[in-house]
Design a protein around this ligand. Structure first.
Ligand code: EPZ
Length: 439
């Protein structure tokens, strides 16, 4: 049943101040999945407290893995010494696409796994053919029945694997399985995202032998076992990009803390082309400010180090306030323009033709009632509402809470007028409660 939880946003306030970027959702999820391969208790730092992470924790707990948050916000994970239950409930795994990362880690750890064909955001077809071809090449037999993937391995051994497309998930699953598979494996045309490098360094810290992560070719020599360690998740480059664009869209001035500039360079390059000032002030900090009118630019989303698809809706919203016409081409997913109808309600001029959006800049947006269609489109609507004249209400916020930690608090700490209103409450009640909290 759809909830009436919503975000109430009064726009038009330039965001100002400092914001600390959380750990990366897409790194934390795969590090948690990989932790079941280790003997002993793993401690992960900088894990964001978001819905996707909590769903994965519940999945592992159902499979018999001990997982708990510590007082210092770190996460403890301890898999049993013997077999982990091979399958978690479909209800849970269907909620989270990243549950498919248990394919590689479970096959690395033990001979058997069953996972539901995953759900998650509906941004495209998202098949798993490359994952399956990869684990089969390493000796697994795979059977798909009743929306579940059953995989087993007997005499698995290292092998050369070529990916038709540099899929992030397939690279991660193959890397995890190969880490504990006897012999040498290579992954050619591998994904190069920072999350891949974070995973490889984590596995190596546990005793794996992986070289070349971050390049097109990853080389892995299987080892007999991995030992648990304490490790940290990298900062979230997509959360960082979202705050940089929110600062630019509201004409504000914001310093981001706990960010790795190189990871967001594709976004920095486009912001600078639009006339936004982005400066690295101190190590791990970025200043973003908007001196004048935004210039139009063209964007095509690509695998890293190209422009990230997870920033496409947000940059489209920013380009909608530029002084001309921009073309945004989605090169990764088939169905990632679902925010356009919602933006039209705010006065945006965006037309979509198959995988391209033509964006004619307008002077400003007007507040409206909006429905988030998925995680990143939801974040883009929040940006638009912060820049708009008047009040907006954003529904389906469960999508946004999947991937952004403490969003209302962080936006308020930058001076933004935003409050979460729970189902059944009046806006005014929530605002009164927020004011009392502030006082
Ligand atoms: C990861 O998804 C991220 N999710 C996504 O972030 C991100 O958009 C995506 O990488 C691309 O950067 C996580 O890390 C949990 P892919 P993943 O496999 O691994 C096709 C967000 O908002 N493909 O690189 O699922 C696929 O259909 C999310 O945080 C196949 O054809 O992405 C897509 O078109 C959304 N066959 C393309 O490759 C396969 O077997 C990229 O997918 C696998 C993928």
């Amino acid at each position: 049943m759809l909830s009436n939880n919503r975000l109430r946003i009064e726009g038009g306030v330039p965001l100002r101040g400092r914001v600390c970027i959380s750990g990366a959702k897409n790194a934390a999820l795969v590090l948690i999945a990989a932790s079941i391969m280790a003997k002993g208790e793993t401690i992960l730092d900088n894990v964001p407290y978001i819905e996707d992470v909590n769903v994965l924790i519940r999945i592992l707990q159902e499979m018999g893995v001990k997982v708990h948050w510590n007082e210092d916000h770190s996460l403890s994970i301890q898999a049993p010494d013997d077999m982990i239950r091979v399958q978690a409930s479909a209800d849970l795994t269907r909620k989270l696409r990243a549950s498919n990362l248990l394919l590689g880690s479970m096959l690395g750890r033990q001979a058997k796994v069953a996972i539901s064909v995953p759900g998650g955001c509906d941004i495209g077809l998202r098949p798993m053919d490359l994952h399956i071809k990869g684990v089969q090449a390493l000796g697994a037999t795979v059977d798909i029945k009743h929306d579940s993937i059953f995989a087993e391995r007997e005499n698995s051994k290292g092998a050369p694997i070529y990916l038709d497309f540099p899929s992030v998930g397939a690279t991660e699953n193959i890397m995890m399985m190969a880490a504990l598979t006897p012999g040498d494996s290579t992954i050619e045309n591998a994904a190069k995202e920072p999350e891949i490098v974070n995973l490889a360094s984590y596995l190596n810290a546990m005793g794996a032998s992986i070289r070349g992560a971050g390049t097109d070719v990853i080389r892995i020599t299987g080892v007999p076992e991995l030992k648990a360690v304490r490790y940290s998740t990298i900062p979230d480059r997509i959360e960082a990009g979202t705050y940089m664009l929110a600062a630019a869209a509201t004409g504000g001035e914001v310093v981001l803390e706990n960010v790795i500039p190189q990871h967001v360079y594709p976004v920095i390059a486009k912001l600078r082309e639009m006339g936004v000032v982005v400066e690295e002030q101190n190590p791990g900090e970025l200043l973003v400010k908007t001196p004048g009118k935004l210039k139009p630019v063209d964007i095509k989303t690509m695998p890293y180090p190209g422009f990230p698809t997870d920033m496409q809706p947000q940059i489209a919203v920013l380009l909608g306030l530029s002084s001309g016409t921009s073309i945004v081409t989605e090169g990764i997913f088939e169905n990632r323009f679902k925010y356009v109808d919602e933006m039209t309600k705010m006065g945006a001029h965006i037309t979509v033709e198959s995988s391209t959006a033509i964006i004619d800049g307008v002077q400003s947006y007007s507040g409206a009632s909006l429905y988030a269609p998925d995680l990143r489109a939801g974040a883009a609507l929040v940006m638009a509402a912060l820049a708009a004249n008047g009040i907006s209400r954003i529904y389906n916020i469960h999508y946004i809470e999947r991937g952004y930690e403490d969003l209302p608090d962080k936006i308020r700490s930058l001076g933004g007028e935003m409050v979460k209103v729970n189902d059944g409450a009046e806006d005014s009640d929530a605002m009164r409660r927020m004011m009392l909290k502030v006082i």
